[in-house]
Design a protein around this ligand. Structure first.
Ligand code: ASP
Length: 334
């Protein structure tokens, strides 16, 4: 009798857990920064929203079919890398030397396996390369020439560095180089343009089994020099995922995100303090702000709804779950 009761309770618990876990969810971002309605032309805005919706569709198609959170975040980020609107893959910002150096990272919450690349120059989709590092190498982070070589060895689609060019990034680069050059002249303190930092892409997902994953991809900061690497390819700073805890992808002023160890800090607040994820992220973002940095994060809790936290005027973002329709947003008040 007692055994039958225990079995019944067990079965009910399993059903409850499955029902909870079955609610897959996906959130994406296309960067945070000074994004103002008045400065956005309607055609560009419509095209940005369409590309965010396309990325939500690519990721949710995987999740709807019962695929893994890992496959979903990769699919969503590939779509955003292919869009010229965002600072990742095609449309990446220019370095000081008029080139592109791309960073990406991915993390599987099931095992906390992770892969990342920094300063790669010839791989069409850097997020695919990050995943290969995770799955096909004994390492977590490969950088520069060696990462390019690994991409060749893996047979990933190569493109010439110029393939990442877009006219609007070129214009931003000129503006940034001029501003930095003026600033470096004693007595002239030109402000760095806002365009220096935003447009990174990322995705976080929870699949029908309740597992989570996170992925982030970027061209970094406009006019970056000396092999500068930001937070995006650093597991813990720009990307983190752990089953039963949370998944986070960040965008913003990388130097501050590294110093605040943003993605891991949010997950640590959830894990050790039991803080609700929104509160955890708001606290970490307040910490970033206290250091002088800005940006935002997308958040996937172990159960429940995806969320966002940012301290910039806007963040390109989107979310969809098994039970709610896709929704994209740009401005802070949406
Ligand atoms: N976090 C990126 C970096 O610092 C930039 C961004 O998110 O826009 O490289």
């Amino acid at each position: 009798m007692r055994l039958r009761f225990a079995l019944l309770v067990g079965a009910l618990l399993m059903t409850a857990l499955q029902a909870q876990a079955a609610d897959w969810a996906l959130a994406i971002h296309g960067g945070a920064g000074v994004i103002e309605r008045a400065k956005m032309d309607p055609a560009t805005e419509a095209s940005v929203r369409a590309d965010l919706a396309k990325a939500l569709e690519a990721g949710s198609a995987v999740l709807r079919a019962g695929g893994s959170a890992l496959d979903a975040v990769e699919a969503a980020v590939i779509t955003l890398e292919e869009s010229p609107h965002f600072n990742a893959g095609k449309g990446a910002v220019f370095t000081w030397d008029d080139k592109h150096e791309l960073d990406a990272s991915i993390m599987d919450g099931r095992t906390r396996a992770a892969g990342a690349v920094a300063g790669v120059t010839r791989t069409r989709n850097p997020i695919k390369l990050a995943r290969r590092v995770m799955e096909q190498s004994p390492h977590v982070l490969l950088a520069g020439r060696g990462a390019d070589q690994f991409s060749r060895d893996q047979g990933l689609e190569p493109v010439p560095n110029r393939w990442f060019d877009t006219p609007h990034r070129k214009a931003q680069w000129r503006e940034a180089v001029d501003a930095i050059t003026a600033r470096e002249k004693p007595g002239q303190a030109a402000a760095l343009p806002d365009a220096l930092r935003y447009g990174t892409v990322g995705a976080v997902a929870r699949d029908a089994k309740g597992s989570v994953a996170a992925a982030t991809s970027t061209g970094g900061m406009t006019a970056k020099r000396w092999g500068r690497v930001g937070d995006s390819p650093l597991i813990g700073a720009g990307t983190y995922a752990q089953d039963g805890v949370c998944a986070v992808s960040a965008t913003g002023w990388g130097e501050y995100f590294i110093r605040a160890n943003v993605a891991a800090d949010i997950c640590a607040r959830v894990r050790y303090q039991g803080t609700p994820i929104q509160q955890a992220a708001d606290a970490t973002m307040a910490d970033v702000a206290s250091l002088g940095g800005d940006g935002g994060v997308i958040l996937m809790p172990a159960t429940g709804a995806p969320a966002f936290s940012f301290n910039t005027l806007g963040m390109y973002r989107g979310r969809v779950t098994a039970s709610t329709a896709p929704r994209v947003a740009i401005y802070g008040d949406e």
